[in-house]
Design a protein around this ligand. Sequence first.
Ligand code: ADP
Ligand code: TZD
Ligand code: MG
Length: 582
Amino acid sequence: MTIASPGESSAAVAESTAELTDGYHLVVDALKMNDVETIYGLVGIPITDLARLAQARGIRYIGFRHESNAGHAAAAAGYLTKKPGVCLTVSAPGFLNGLVALANATTNCFPMVQISGSSERHIVDLQQGDYEEMDQLNAAKPFVKAAYRVSRVEDIGRGIARALRTAISGRPGGVYLDIPAAVLGSIMDAEEGAKTLSRLVDPAPRQLPAPEAVDRAIELLASAERPLVVLGKGAAYAQADDRIREFIETTGLPYVPMSMAKGLLPDDHPQSAGTARSLALKKADVVMLVGARLNWLLNHGEAPQWNPDAKFIQVDIEPREMDSNQPIAAPLVGDIESVFEVLAERTKPGQITVPAAWREELGARSAQNVAKMAKRLAADPHPMQFVGALKAIRDVVHERPETYIVNEGANALDIARSVIDMHVPRHRLDSGTWGVMGIGMGYAIAAAVETGAPVVAIEGDSAFGFSGMELETICRYKLPVITVIMNNGGVYRGDDVNPRDDAPSPTTLMAEARHDVMIEAFGGKGYRATTPAEVTAALTEAMAAGGPVLIDCVIDPSAGTESGNIGHLNPKGITVGNITVK
Ligand code: ADP
Ligand code: TZD
Ligand code: MG
């Protein structure tokens, strides 16, 4: 047996001996055994050697500048691959930074595991003031699907298996796994250690719906005069693209995609009612929700946005989701792939039809809305508006449908969602269920790392600021990420004034900011575009070059509305907006 020289880590000791192993090695072996190929993280005590060893053993390690961004990347990796994304953080502050992303992943139903080192248990539990002391397990609990701690080196394999299975099975979500420093440094017999590891069998088991539940849903759909399918990001996540498409096409049902379900069927599909969305919701009498919750994003299923007599069918893996907002007349609990398999088996040919009047009504509204949008798209005012810049982006990315679109901001989000059509499933990643800012660079990095495809991140100037330092990460790993900033000089807009003095107003940012120069500090290429033609030229060049690029689009500071499409959610006091100071 090799004896460690003073200061040599236990990882190094175990590396040089055949008979012993330690916590670091067991964590890495357990992750590899379960096909974890990438770790997104940020190192420090006590996990630096863990990241080093993972990399040495062939796990790809992507090091970030802030744990929230590493966490968002892990969450997006989980969504894109249907395997838990793994984020690695240090104790207390690093853990808390990552927790934002873990909570966001849970809210979005993305499978993710945050593994965090933690400090000495006996010191933490007596609150004696250890380096980065915190009771992380209990802090995590309210925000995650589950939180576990490994307290003995021989439980590492079990802890990792449990964390991965919990994240991925049933409704996916975020899982916290706490590994105290002492456990990582514990040494045990290598052969015994190997026996403690296991590979998950069937980590996300199929869940078939009961035949009578399926028949109930089919009968309800068959009785509808104005049926509608709503596809959510759960449907995109399920990777049951062909089955969903086949059911929609054989029945002829009109559908509306939620934002991250855009592209599950191409946005220009003849049955898409996306361009007649408000009419579709307002009038549908039978609505089939597929991997979409009836939450705020769907106005809780309430009038006036919805027909108050609408009956709902809900396809979801989570039984507790049913009746959360409206009574569900036909719950279909199961995984989407299995549900659509049974739906196809049990629907008799011609049983579900769509009355021509409904198709025509939706078609007419759609044509009207498309014409209105065409007018907006044709205008080319100066200074540049959101629509002008986004149309330019749309036209370039249409040529490359494999491009991933990441999108956050308020107006930058809402307008991009409606201007940029998607044609391929799971290629749009955005602020999601919380409408959170800060996902941009993390999601973009994950999309690039997991797929190797080009990524265009369309960012409000405020939104970008939450993760902007990751430009260095993008440049360091030479990722094919093109960041496009909709720079209107503010949160929502850039022309708000402080009525009292010349200090910037709460929504004001620097309209003259040169985000394009930021990326050049790290060796990337920056462009500044003041017209749609300049956006087209810059993006075309960037797509051809493929490397890290940032395009700062100078948008009219008076473009944009407060909170974008969701201004009505601002509480209304006696005065609203532009408060008069007495
Ligand atoms: P959106 O925001 O696009 O409307 P939501 O995030 O509200 O979508 O809804 C996603 C839903 O999909 C969640 O209720 C989740 O339980 C469900 N879900 C996720 N994966 C599956 C799956 N494989 N099968 C069935 N339901 C799923
Ligand atoms: N903090 C976090 C984490 N999430 C949030 N959603 C917000 C703050 C509040 N917020 C929004 O909801 S949108 C937004 C903030 C700060 C930024 C809007 O400005 P932008 O986009 O520049 O990104 P537009 O194009 O100017 O509207
Ligand atoms: Mg802005």
